[in-house]
Write a protein that binds this ligand. Structure first.
Ligand code: NG1
Ligand code: ZN
Length: 532
């Protein structure tokens, strides 16, 4: 089934530019005009992965998330909707860097023999893309990649990243006891909306308006498409929904802008009556925010969402009388220190810290019966173990209060996209909790007060010399730098700071926290000075 002439003919249509590629924490991501050969070859990797896994469906998502419009990228999705396994990221990297058709053919042969891939097995792939103008041409390259080893492919068109992850899991679990849902966007809307209606049933709706900034990305048409399924259970006003003028994507709006600038989208007039939320360009990140009475901007980021979700789930587990179900929260070093303190001391919930990248968070969260994980930037979800689901679905109530808690837990496990962080699903989760509690964002915000924090980028000659340990909280190389950092941090009240190389940009990131805004800025400035 592997015809080298066929490979050569197709590969000639997608020549490799003079660039070195790497499949990083966010897949391949760069300027779209460099991606043609990479995406063609990602199609081959997806095909091989499917054949290796006995024809299980593999997903390919063409997106560059919160990056600017001229960028694009591709991520592969494993059968249960999770990120591609680590060892295959390395294969994708190697394949993307083959210089000639001969090298490419040789590497395919190497993979087939070293990984024992049976080429006579079927390959099935499903793919989608965001609204970027480069998407169409890149889809064509991907399809050529599928032709190399005859993968059977399904095009889901323009969809959000989490919708693709959802579809992959549905397709691979259809007809099994783990069936996840209908493998269509309608199936996705119906599953989330039905669960949400159960979660808010009988509770008065908030009189304030939810204003939803879609970063002029795919979240806009897709959330609009979900609204009829939600009926009158949720009132939303969508803003930043221009996907026609492609220069507007993620521009001065969206979750990344709001989180990093610590302000609302440009041009959005905020009032203290309403609540606000922002998606990123592929709708897998979510942040909330509001304006205080005096007009101060208040951010409710991924840490705040994790705290809200953990609080609600812990109380439901207790109320349902299934205390044997363990709940844990997973964060990265970027989590605000006040959030970690709140989780540990107020909620008494175990908190683990892992390196940056949702793959690490997801993996760690699966160690708990119910694992809540969020990056501070708003990317996260909740995962339920099979045994937790079994307990939740077989629990028997001995009081009306217990019955309510069990019903809510079941609906929560349905409204949450357990495959990956999903802005739609996370928004419904937050709205459900606020409605259940009849809370305003301000009440939610009162759980704890964020420590002032600062994140700065430092451009260095060679970021690969920075080596970290302890979930990226300590540097072991360059030797001596950590001691110098520690000596400075000691001088600041409530000071915390760490330095790590970015996995997605050619910079080193410095994070600092301290008791006051000015001390935080000074700490960040002094640490950055050490790195530079
Ligand atoms: P890097 O560039 O490795 O810091 C960034 C984000 C991560 C994650 C990835 C993938 C920060 C500080 N880092 O990683 O949280 O989202 O991009 O998109 O926000
Ligand atoms: Zn994203």
């Amino acid at each position: 089934t592997f015809n080298v002439d066929n490979l050569n003919a197709l590969s000639d249509l997608h020549p490799k530019p003079d660039t070195t590629f790497a499949y990083g924490t966010a897949g391949f991501r760069m300027k779209a005009n460099l991606l043609d050969s990479v995406i063609f070859r990602a199609g081959i990797v997806a095909t091989l992965r499917s054949k290796k896994l006995d024809g299980k469906v593999i997903g390919c998502m063409i997106t560059a998330s919160h990056n600017a419009a001229p960028d694009n990228g591709v991520k592969l999705v494993d059968p249960m909707g999770e990120m591609l396994e680590g060892s295959w990221e390395a294969h994708a990297t190697t394949m993307s860097n083959c210089e000639t058709n001969e090298q490419l053919a040789a590497y395919i042969h190497t993979m087939v023999s070293t990984l024992n891939i049976d080429l006579t097995k079927p390959a099935r792939v499903v793919f989608g893309r965001d609204t970027r103008p480069s998407g169409d041409a890149l889809v064509a390259a991907l399809k050529d990649g599928f032709k190399v080893l005859d993968a059977e492919s399904t095009d889901m068109g323009i969809i959000t990243t989490p919708q693709l992850h959802y579809a992959v899991r549905c397709l691979n679990t259809q007809g099994t006891p783990e069936a996840y849902g209908e493998p269509t966007v309608e199936g996705y809307y119906k599953k989330l909306a039905d669960a949400f209606k159960v979660l808010v049933e009988g509770k008065p709706r908030s009189s304030s308006t939810l204003i939803l900034d879609c970063a002029n990305g795919v979240g806009a048409p897709k959330f609009q498409e979900m609204l009829p399924f939600l009926g009158d259970s949720l009132a939303v006003k969508i803003v930043n929904d221009d996907i026609v003028d492609d220069t507007k994507l993620n521009l001065n709006s969206g979750a990344d802008y709001v989180k990093t600038q610590q302000r609302g989208p440009l041009g959005l007039k905020m009032n203290s009556q309403d609540r606000y939320a922002s998606f990123d360009g592929d709708a897998d990140r979510l942040v909330y925010y509001y304006a205080d009475e005096d007009g101060t901007f208040k951010l409710l980021d991924g840490d705040k969402i994790a705290g809200l979700a953990a609080m609600f789930i812990i109380e439901l587990v207790k109320a349902a009388g299934i205390d044997n179900v363990s709940v844990g929260v997973v964060q990265t070093a970027y989590a605000n220190g006040a959030s970690t303190q709140y989780l540990r001391s107020n909620l008494n919930v175990p908190v683990s810290c892992v390196p940056t990248g949702v793959k690490h968070l997801h993996h760690e969260a699966m160690k708990y019966d119910v694992g809540v994980y969020f990056e501070a930037n708003g990317h996260g979800t909740v995962v339920f173990s099979p045994s937790a689901l079994k307990t939740i679905y077989t629990a028997e109530e001995s009081s009306p209060a217990q019955a309510v808690a069990i019903r809510l837990l079941r609906a929560l496990s349905e409204v949450i996209n357990q495959t990956v962080g999903d802005a739609f699903s996370d928004l419904l989760l937050v709205e459900a909790i606020l409605t259940q509690r009849q809370w305003t964002p301000k009440i939610w915000d009162q759980a704890y007060t964020d420590l002032p924090n600062r994140l700065v980028k430092v451009v260095v000659q060679d970021r690969s010399i920075f080596k970290t340990v302890d979930a990226e909280r300590k540097l072991v190389e360059p030797v001596g730098l950590q001691d110098a950092i520690d000596a400075i941090v000691l001088k600041f009240r409530g000071g915390r700071s760490f330095v790590r190389p970015s996995g997605t940009e050619d910079v080193v990131r410095v994070y600092a926290e301290a008791a006051t805004r000015s001390e935080t800025d000074e700490l960040a400035y002094r640490i950055a000075g050490l790195v530079f």
